[in-house]
Design a protein around this ligand. Structure first.
Ligand SMILES: [Zn+2]
Length: 166
């Protein structure tokens, strides 16, 4: 038994586009399918981001396309540990090995990494659910966030006060 909640106060997929959800939802220039490893939640720079569950900060980083990153572990069904991964952050307000509780403000959303040149209308939180903290490229070691949240906020905002019990 446990609980998770949403990472933002208002949660909706960036641009209401399927290409900002999880899976082989994008396309390379040559037409072949391209993975997107998580969900992009629409979020202006400075929007607070919160721990989705009680857990621990596994790592923070600032590198590559993801820019400023936070990865936290949390307990899931059947004795599993899952990892919530936040990217393109602006401020990071936690440190490695810190214990957090659900709704701890862990940082603010930003446009670090390969989001830095996006127009403001496309600012977002890139959010992944992982089965390992360090997951490599592509969809490896990721789950669709819908497995945790039970629904995808593609066309309507989900209030961050919603709690999912499992
Ligand atoms: Zn993304």
């Amino acid at each position: 038994m446990g609980e998770v909640t949403w990472p933002l106060e208002q949660n909706m997929i960036r641009g209401q586009k399927v290409s900002n959800t999880f899976g082989m939802v994008r396309t390379y220039a040559n037409g072949t399918p391209k993975p997107h490893q998580g969900w992009d939640f629409a979020a202006a720079v400075g929007t607070p981001a919160y721990a989705i569950a009680d857990g621990k900060i596994e790592f923070i980083a600032d590198s590559g396309d993801y820019g400023k990153q936070i990865c936290m572990s949390f307990a899931w069904k059947d004795q599993q540990t899952l990892y919530a991964f936040y990217a393109h952050m602006n401020a990071i307000m936690v440190s490695k090995d810190q214990q957090v509780t659900m709704n701890t403000m862990i940082g603010t959303c930003g446009k670090s990494g390969n989001a830095q040149n996006l127009p403001a209308s496309q600012d977002h939180l890139h959010f992944e659910i992982r089965t390992q903290a360090y997951a490599g490229l592509g969809l490896n070691k990721r789950l669709s966030p819908i497995k945790v949240f039970g629904k995808c906020p593609l066309y309507a905002i989900v209030d961050g006060n919603e709690i999912i019990s499992f």
